[in-house]
Structure formats: structure tokens, C-alpha cells
Design a protein around this ligand. Structure first.
Ligand code: NIG
Ligand code: FE
Length: 388
């Protein structure tokens, strides 16, 4: 097995304090990394680097861990650009828009869904995302949810069953009947293809009792729990997530002081999705409030055709810095190690020896440029397991 020395790294972000300057990002200047068997074997100052079979000089550019996008909805068909245009002239976002995509997704073939998903995953990869979580939730029948997850698992091991996204039109008069379907036959067909279970706990979708029922059934079937909550207004979702010790609760746009305390005490990660506030013209949450309280915070794209049709983690970082009060270092950490923690993955999102050699070379001298130069394509190379 050959080893690769990546050298000439002007600024290396390791996300490991002890490996670098003692900060959260564990920065090493004039750095190098040795990759062996797709894993990080060594990181440190280039002047001290061990010998390797081959070497690659990145010419003073910055290197960061690949982005870990812990929240996306990429199994879909159709387009909602007219809904976006209407929102920009004053129509508010509502959970009901999901049903437009459900109709288009049901009408699509497996091949169309798989091709659309592959195109979006490739788009993410070009922008530095090396791990992505993908949810179902636009099928809402047993067969359509199961095929959505079977397609998603071709692209990632981070698959999430979101049968409880909204109540589909055919169950409009019987929402509890739909919850029975989700927790019974649909869960049975989907659990073999999923690692996680999720619910949209919001006005217009599912209430806290329904969410608890779905999460309890999913967790009993061996899935990890996560939740969409507090996106459109204050609500019970964040408290429910903390009480159930879920790994993550996502959106967190509207938080009470009690919600913030519960997040800090439970350790449940609050995943912020700034693309949603951008694309729905909503007020951004204050990330600093969460960070100052000691909460775990992740940043993700929520890439979906309705509320946030961006696949760009660099854009999310820039928005989190400019609009949510994060420092550039806090935003980068949340988009890498924060996402890894939100997926319970120890071996990604950092460069301790043994970690996956998933890395991004930036066309910039520092990671700070991700926020400093918004909208500029700074991701110049992406290596997964040390391979480009
Ligand atoms: O995470 N909030 C619920 N689900 C998606 C939006 C889905 C849609 O509008 O199609 C979200 O924002
Ligand atoms: Fe979402």
C-alpha cells in the first residue's frame, strides 16, 4: 500500500486542538499530511514530515476537512421555482408546498429519481461536501418511501426515513390513520434501508404527540432519532427532541430561553439551516446565543426543492457568519465536525490519525475566505479517502 504526502499546505484545519495551535480548529501553518489506506496517518509541520512513497505539493493553499452536510432531501422530482418567485414578492412559505413535490416524485421513474439525486450529490461534491445525509419524505406511500430510501442508500450510508414529512392528500381526513401507516407497514419496508428516522414537527405537519409516536416506533426498530422543529414558529419540537435525547434537532429558527437551556443540558445538536431563512425570506436565528450557552451546533444545507434549494456548504458558512453571528471558525467547525457529530460519525470531520482522508483544498490562503469571499468558487480539489 503506497503512502501519499500532501505538503505545501499554507494553513491546515485539523479540527483537533492537540494536533494544532490549541484552538478548536487545531490549525497548523506550513503543514503536511500523510495518507495511508485512505486514512490520515500523520499531520504536522511540513518541516517535520516523515517520508512517503509519493508526494503532492498544494502550493501554499489552505486545506480543510470535507464538509459534512447532515441534512438534505435529495430524492425528489419536479421544480418549484414559481413558488420561490412568489415568496420573493410576499407569499409566505408553508409546509403544504411539500405536496407539490410529492406529486412529481410519485410520478417519476426510479431512473429519473436516481439520476436527479446523483446530479445533486455530484454538485455537492464539487463544492466540498464529502459526506451527505439524505432523507426520504416526498413519496409518502409504502412503495414510494421504500424506493426513495433504496435510491438514497446507493449514494450514502446516512439515509433517513421521513415518512412523517406531511400528511399526504389521500389521508387529509385521517391524519392518525397516516401515522399508523408510517409506524406500521411503511416503517417495516423502510427500516432496512435507513439509519435514521425523522419527523416534521410543525404547524401544518405533525404535532408533538404524533412526532413522539413516530420517533418511538422508529427507535424501537433500531433507527436513530432526529427531528425537524421550530422552523415556522415557536413550538414543542425542540423540547421533545431534548427529552427523547435525539442526536439532532434541525432548523431551530424560533427558540425560547427554555429551548436553549434544554439543548445545552441534553447535548442534542441544534442544526442550523441558513439556506432556509435565505430562501424563505425569514429571520435568521442567533447562533451565538446557542454557542454562548454551550450547545452543540451544526450547519447543513437542507437542500430541497422547496425551502432551500442550495447544495452549497460554503454559502451556508457565509450566511451563518454574516446573518447568524457565528465567527468564521465557529461556522467552519459546525459545517465539518458539527455535522459529523450530528451523524454520530467519529472518523470524519477532523484529521486526527485514523480519520478518513476526506479533504478540501481551497483556492485561498485561509479558511476565513469561505465567508470573506461569498459566492466565489474556492473549492479547488476534493479528495475522498485521499483520492481525488
Ligand atoms: O426541511 N421543513 C420541512 N421539510 C423541508 C422542506 C420541504 C419542502 O418545502 O419541500 C425543510 O425545510
Ligand atoms: Fe429538512
Amino acid at each position: 500500500m503506497t503512502s501519499l504526502l500532501i505538503t505545501g499546505i499554507g494553513e491546515l484545519v485539523t479540527n483537533a486542538r492537540e494536533a494544532g495551535d490549541g484552538s478548536e480548529l487545531g490549525i497548523v501553518h506550513d503543514a503536511a499530511m500523510v495518507v495511508e489506506r485512505n486514512r490520515v496517518a500523520w499531520v504536522g509541520e511540513a518541516a517535520r514530515s516523515p517520508a512517503a512513497d509519493t508526494s503532492y505539493d498544494v502550493g501554499g493553499r489552505a486545506v480543510i476537512p470535507g464538509f459534512v452536510d447532515s441534512h438534505s432531501h435529495l430524492v425528489f422530482a419536479g421544480d418549484r421555482s414559481q413558488e420561490f418567485a412568489a415568496r420573493m414578492t410576499g407569499t409566505p412559505y408553508s409546509a403544504g408546498g411539500v405536496r407539490t413535490t410529492v406529486a412529481a416524485t410519485r410520478a417519476a421513474t426510479d431512473e429519473q429519481l436516481a439520476a436527479n439525486l446523483a446530479r445533486h450529490v455530484a454538485e455537492m461534491r464539487r463544492q466540498g461536501t464529502t459526506t451527505v445525509e439524505i432523507k426520504s419524505g416526498y413519496g409518502l406511500t409504502v412503495a414510494d418511501e421504500a424506493r426513495s430510501l433504496a435510491i438514497a442508500e446507493q449514494a450514502t450510508r446516512e439515509t433517513t426515513f421521513l415518512g412523517a414529512h406531511v400528511v399526504p392528500p389521500e389521508f387529509a381526513d385521517d391524519p392518525d390513520g397516516y401515522v399508523d401507516l408510517v409506524t406500521g407497514p411503511m416503517l417495516g419496508a423502510c427500516a432496512p434501508h435507513a439509519k435514521w428516522i425523522d419527523v416534521f414537527c410543525e404547524r401544518g405537519a405533525f404535532d408533538a404527540d404524533q412526532a413522539r409516536t413516530v420517533l418511538t416506533a422508529g427507535m424501537a426498530a433500531g433507527l436513530g432519532g432526529r427531528l425537524h422543529a421550530n422552523q415556522l414558529g415557536h413550538g414543542p419540537g425542540v423540547q421533545l427532541a431534548c427529552e427523547m435525547s435525539l442526536i439532532a434537532v434541525d432548523h431551530c429558527t424560533y427558540l425560547s430561553d427554555e429551548d436553549v437551556s434544554a439543548l445545552a443540558e441534553s447535548g442534542t445538536t441544534a442544526t442550523l439551516l441558513p439556506g432556509v431563512e435565505f430562501s424563505t425570506r425569514s429571520a435568521y436565528p442567533d447562533a451565538r446565543r446557542l454557542l454562548d450557552a454551550g450547545c452543540n451546533v451544526a450547519l447543513a444545507s437542507d437542500c430541497n426543492p422547496g425551502s432551500s434549494y442550495t447544495s452549497s456548504m460554503p454559502l451556508c458558512i457565509a450566511l451563518a457568519v454574516r446573518e447568524m453571528g457565528m465567527s468564521p471558525s465557529q461556522a467552519l467547525y459546525a459545517a465539518t465536525k458539527g455535522g459529523a457529530d450530528a451523524l454520530r460519525r467519529d472518523e470524519i470531520g477532523h484529521f486526527r490519525p485514523g480519520a478518513a482522508a476526506d479533504l478540501v483544498v481551497l483556492d485561498a490562503p485561509s479558511y476565513v475566505h469561505l465567508a470573506y469571499r461569498p459566492g466565489v468558487p474556492l473549492v479547488s480539489e476534493v479528495l475522498v479517502g485521499g483520492i481525488g
